[in-house]
Ligand binder design. Structure first.
Ligand code: IMP
Ligand code: MG
Length: 191
């Protein structure tokens, strides 16, 4: 059957699907709690401001939808899409804008909403690209920070979770466009 069903095996939450075992790393409850905390942090720091949430498609569509409802100040939204992976699990290193912002960010407070930082290449590119448009400032909110050695310093002001260096799916994140609708973050065993 094509239904997604969670099971508990040896204390681990897993989802068996198409003979694949998907192991839950961060469950729905943990996500909800942490996203709420991040939203509260942004609310506090941006009191009296009207930041633009720049969501990076497609991976952050669920995260931005959830966090924005925990931010209790006026915000506006814009969306960008970049491509660095194609259908592969390894970053190509070349970042390409496939959809640009609709609005000017000149003199605006910008918060980039990202799903996950892996090599950091996409984020570096985005920050440089947005800085060149003369915003008031640019901060980063990322749900997941992978344990990967990076030369560049930590640019994530609002971080959800540190995770091991595994390829994860769910809560917006995909593998070849699949699994984005899992309500948790997990990884596929043996892949
Ligand atoms: P980076 O440029 O290597 O930091 O990769 C960042 C982008 O690659 C993220 O915004 C994701 O879209 C994608 N990505 C990186 N790691 C994963 C993963 O584990 N699962 C799904 N997508 C990922
Ligand atoms: Mg992304």
């Amino acid at each position: 059957m094509g239904l997604y069903k969670l099971k508990k095996i040896n204390g681990e939450k897993v989802l068996i699907y198409n003979n694949k075992k998907i192991i839950v790393l961060i469950d729905e409850k943990q996500l909800k709690k942490r996203v709420k905390e991040l939203g509260q942090g942004i609310t506090k720091d941006y009191e009296d401001k009207n930041p633009v949430l720049v969501s990076v498609l497609r991976g952050s569509f669920i995260f931005v939808a959830d966090i924005c409802r925990e931010i209790k100040i006026p915000v506006t939204f814009d969306f960008m899409a970049v491509s660095s992976y194609g259908d592969s699990k390894v970053s190509s290193g070349i970042v390409r804008i496939t959809k640009d912002l609709e609005f000017s960010i000149e003199n605006k407070e910008v918060i980039i909403i990202e799903d996950i930082i892996d090599s950091g290449r996409t984020l570096n590119y985005l920050i440089k690209n947005l800085q060149a448009r003369n915003p008031k400032n640019v901060e980063v909110c990322a749900l997941l920070d992978k344990d990967v050695p990076r030369k560049t310093g930590n640019k994530i002001k609002y971080k959800g979770f540190d995770i091991p260096n595994k390829f994860v799916v769910g809560y917006g994140l995909d593998f070849a466009e699949k699994y984005r609708n899992f309500p948790f973050v997990g990884y596929i065993e043996n892949e």
